[in-house]
Design a protein around this ligand. Structure first.
Ligand SMILES: [Cu+2]
Length: 336
């Protein structure tokens, strides 16, 4: 049975080659649309791939930036970050170049239900839709597809979403703060840790939506990655993930559990000052040598190392029932 929450003039509801059962297609005009302060234009690719350290590749789906050129030939993983300033009204337009159904859910942002991008609450986008939302709180978020979510998020349909505070007029120009009135930082990295079960990456977009058991309750990860790079080896040196810094500098690591299993991140001997979580400042910052995070949790961690050294940061992926370590991803902070 197909559901359609909005009928489109002159078009069949439920168009599209994705013949899933629990899909809710229609792409109405954005209600109450105003002129935005920031605009992002996203398309979808479903033929990307990620090469692992063992030489094998898995299929990746994701969003690309339609404004960046390269069209569908551009297949970044994770999807390109959305970065805005607190207070801005933002438009994220999702345009489908193919007859498929997807959404964009800006995780942790609190827009109207029409703009929340949860397919079964509003609609799946089969042509285009412009999500309108306000960046009301500085912090670390992410966005992901919310159509047949368990599969589409696993396939790679996610990217970072960062809200910066408004610049403080009393700060020297170029000062970067985690949130308004919060601590300043010099460098930044995003550690989005995720696990990959290659079997899932062979499934079709609508797999499991018609009631068939395609094993989406059975996640057996083989690869453990950080921000789209294999954490077996490559993430130890990958630019933008591994960090090189000087003593006295302050690093902001935006750690995101982008997987489904709980994770334990260990900072390799460095001490983090954890100042915010899930897009909100903590009432009191705390210090930690390691953290545990469940699916979709984010922690903003500051490091101001006083000693030179090489610090291997590890993310252990834990079985959700037994707590057994299923695998480990690694990256590195080198302090000079
Ligand atoms: Cu999708």
């Amino acid at each position: 049975m197909k559901h359609s929450s909005y009928e489109k003039d002159g078009e069949m509801g439920g168009g599209g080659m994705m013949g899933g059962c629990y899909t809710y297609p229609a792409s109405p005009a954005t209600p109450g649309k105003v002129t935005p302060d920031a605009f992002f234009d996203r398309g979808v690719y479903m033929d990307g791939s990620m090469k692992m350290d063992d030489g094998k590749s898995v299929r990746i789906w994701g969003f690309y930036d339609r404004a960046a050129g390269g069209g569908m030939g551009s297949k970044p993983f994770p999807s390109p970050a959305i970065r805005v300033t607190e207070g801005q009204i933002v438009h994220t337009r999702l345009v489908m170049d193919m007859m498929m159904l997807h959404t964009i859910h800006h995780h942790g942002i609190e827009p109207s239900w029409q703009n929340d991008g949860v397919g079964h609450v509003s609609w799946d986008v089969d042509r285009q839709y412009t999500y309108q939302w306000r960046a009301s709180q500085a912090g670390t978020y992410f966005y992901h597809c919310h159509t047949n979510t368990v599969l589409h998020a696993e396939m790679g349909m996610y990217g970072g979403l960062i809200v910066d505070p408004r610049p403080d007029p009393n700060d020297p120009p170029g000062t970067k703060r985690v949130f308004a009135g919060g601590p300043a930082y010099d460098l930044e990295t995003v550690w989005a840790a995720d696990e990959i079960d290659p079997r899932w990456h062979t499934l079709g977009a609508d797999a499991g939506t018609c009631g068939a058991d395609v094993g989406l309750n059975d996640l057996n990860p083989k690869y453990f990655i950080i921000t789209g790079v294999d954490g077996a080896k490559s993430a130890l040196t990958a630019p933008g993930i591994a960090v090189q810094m000087n003593r006295g500098q302050t690093l902001l690591a935006r750690y995101i559990n982008a997987g489904y299993y709980p994770q334990r991140i260990r900072f390799g001997g460095l001490t983090a000052t954890v100042v915010a979580s899930d897009g909100r400042p903590l009432p009191r910052a705390f210090q930690a040598q390691s953290l545990e995070a469940s699916s979709a949790e984010r922690y903003d961690c500051l490091f101001t190392p006083t000693q030179a050294g090489v610090f291997d940061v590890t993310v252990e992926v834990l079985h959700w029932v037994t707590g057994k370590v299923l695998g480990t991803a690694r990256t590195r902070v080198t302090v000079y």
